[in-house]
Design a protein around this ligand. Structure first.
Ligand code: ATP
Length: 263
């Protein structure tokens, strides 16, 4: 692959490096072609939150980590995009919270499963669920490949972290009684709407921060963790995300007017 050189002082360096990681993941079979488009949609929403982590996202991350740490059987669902962007953080969060990693692919190909499994193993994962050689159960009301779940993973889970999930599956997971946590830059996606905790932030910022929070919060008593989870209001949090985006756009309008006046 021809890797582009991104100057260290480039104002959008992190965004370009993230894009390179997704392209690299695509070339290695980790990311599906549709995953490139999903990433582009995410980039657009990242612009709207100012490409940094707002306070409402931090609050959602605390609730997400509290829910994972206080769960009986938490699980982290892994797709190609999340695996190519933050493989080490997936493994670390899994180890700290005791949530196994489960591969779950919309566009299934054996090559993709193998590539994702290798990337997770290279990042330090021991056990990975959801592979073709494991038993599988199905989630009712879903027709795609994603109806398959590992009976020792999502099948048995009470809390599921589904970063970058599609809306159908989130709704199906809710219908079978799972507490769903997602990380999604689009606060209007069906996933964002239906999840119990929606972290409106880029996974490249949110996952390292969630690992840090998990380290800090793992010694909290379960009743404190449960309180943090209970006190979190996902509807109000999504409203804050939308209001934040509107304020950001209004600021851009103000700046554009100033440029107009001075030219
Ligand atoms: P839904 O089916 O939930 O209504 P969708 O059709 O947009 O949403 P997909 O295209 O399957 O769903 O998923 C892509 C989602 O992931 C988008 O909402 C996009 O904003 C988000 N996304 C993409 N890249 C990132 C990222 N790096 N961090 C966080 N969110 C991201």
């Amino acid at each position: 692959m021809t890797k582009i050189e991104i100057p260290p002082d480039h104002p959008r360096r992190v965004s370009l490096e993230t894009r390179e990681a997704i392209i690299d993941g695509h070339e290695k079979d980790i990311v599906a072609t549709a995953g490139l488009l999903a990433h582009g949609r995410g980039e657009a929403f990242d612009y709207l939150i100012g490409e940094s982590t707002p306070s409402f996202a931090e609050e959602a991350m605390r609730a997400a980590v509290a829910a994972m740490l206080s769960a009986k059987h938490p699980v982290i669902s892994v797709n190609g995009n999340i695996c190519s962007l933050v493989p080490h953080e997936l493994v670390e969060l899994s180890q700290i919270t005791g949530a196994p990693l489960e591969i779950n692919l919309f566009y299934y190909r054996k090559e993709r499963e193998d590539a994702i499994l290798k990337a997770l193993r290279d990042a330090g994962a021991d056990e990975v669920l959801g592979t073709h050689d494991r038993p599988s159960d199905t989630i009712p009301e879903l027709s795609s490949n994603r109806r398959k779940v590992d009976p020792d993973g999502i099948g048995a889970a009470d809390v599921v972290l589904v970063p970058l999930e599609d809306g159908d599956r989130t709704e199906a997971l809710k219908k079978v009684g799972k507490f769903v946590i997602t990380i999604d830059l689009n606060p209007m996606s069906r996933t964002a709407v239906h999840a119990d905790v929606t972290v409106v932030d880029n996974v490249v910022r949110a996952m390292p921060r969630m690992v840090q929070l998990a380290r800090e919060m793992q010694s909290l008593p379960v009743k404190d963790l449960e309180r943090i989870r209970r006190d979190f209001d996902n509807r109000a949090n999504r409203r804050s995300a939308l209001t934040h985006m509107i304020a950001h756009l209004e600021e851009q309008v103000r700046l554009a007017m100033q440029i107009g006046e001075s030219s």
